[in-house]
Design a protein around this ligand. Structure first.
Ligand code: FE
Ligand code: FE
Ligand code: ZN
Length: 288
């Protein structure tokens, strides 16, 4: 089972790998920089090399880098969208040091411009990012959102529209980038539940819908969180595993579902390291 959690990146890559191992994790997520934005620390090649060796020995990966959640590719102000571009290009260049990483981002919030405009802005943003980076070894993931405020990506259709627009544009204008561009989806269990997808009582139905709308081959990672709120609450408040509305039984079905069980699961529950260690042990115990 590929299971881990969000870790602090303040000690570097090797420290994250070692922390992961110490809590029984074999995958982990981290912020590429302070989640509120700001400059990322320069890449320390010795640290990265030591981590890659450690990860290989211990079977750790894939690692999931999370873009700052303040980044808004669908913003209405140039200052906001320029910042989103700058950060994402820089993050993807840095991730070339850890080939095969996943890079997850929140598609954005349309801030009153409408979902359609938001989708267009996010697609154009991704095209500009890919033009700037050139071929990359990282898979870019769009995260499913709870639909809080004016979030884009509140349903599978919005995510699919963004992916389609990017790929169509690449086919037409940048055919050299098609082979190296991997766009996928990170499904956040709290977010989809809050977004109105009943993964507790109808997991099969939701996964069928995902497959029909986006395609399950696009699903590359799961953010495994319980939710404090009821179905379709559009709130996005993560809860500890088994303590929220998804229930322990619901979460057990998710981690054991034949269409999900081989994916990497990343916990983003309100836990400290000891709490994550206990949740990981709990989930391994629920695994059939
Ligand atoms: Fe997220
Ligand atoms: Fe998430
Ligand atoms: Zn969330």
């Amino acid at each position: 089972m590929k299971i881990g959690c969000h870790l602090s990146s303040s000690g570097g890559y090797l420290a994250m790998g070692q922390t992961a191992e110490s809590i029984g994790a074999n995958v982990f997520q981290f912020f590429t920089r302070n989640p509120r934005g700001g400059a990322a620390k320069p890449i320390d090649i010795r640290d990265v090399d030591a981590f890659l060796k450690f990860a290989e020995e211990k079977g750790i990966g894939p690692i999931l880098a999370h873009a700052p959640y303040t980044l808004n590719a669908a913003g209405a102000e140039k200052r906001v969208t320029d910042f989103a571009l700058e950060v994402m290009i820089d993050d993807l260049k840095r991730l070339e040091y850890t080939p095969g990483a996943l890079y997850n981002f929140h598609p954005g919030s349309h801030v009153g411009q409408g979902a359609e405009k938001g989708i267009e802005l996010i697609a154009n943003h991704l095209i500009k990012v890919l033009e700037a980076t050139g071929p990359i070894k990282t898979t870019i993931l769009l995260e499913t959102m709870a639909g809080k405020g004016s979030e884009v990506g509140r349903n599978f259709g919005e995510i699919k529209s963004i992916i389609d627009k990017v790929e169509q544009s690449l086919i037409t204008h940048h055919s050299s980038l098609i082979a190296s561009t991997r766009l996928g989806v990170c499904l956040d269990t709290c977010h989809v539940w809050d977004g109105g997808y009943d993964i507790v009582n109808d997991l099969d139905g939701v996964l069928d819908e995902f497959d029909q709308v986006i395609g399950l081959d696009r699903l590359k990672a799961i953010h495994l969180n319980d939710s404090m709120n009821v179905l379709a609450a559009h709130k996005d408040r993560h809860e500890k595993i088994g303590k929220g509305k998804l229930t322990l039984e619901g979460i057990a079905r998710i981690i054991n579902h034949p269409k999900l069980k081989d994916l990497p699961f990343y916990l983003e529950t309100p836990c400290d390291l000891q709490g994550y260690k206990e949740e990981i042990a709990l989930l391994k115990g629920l695994r059939k």
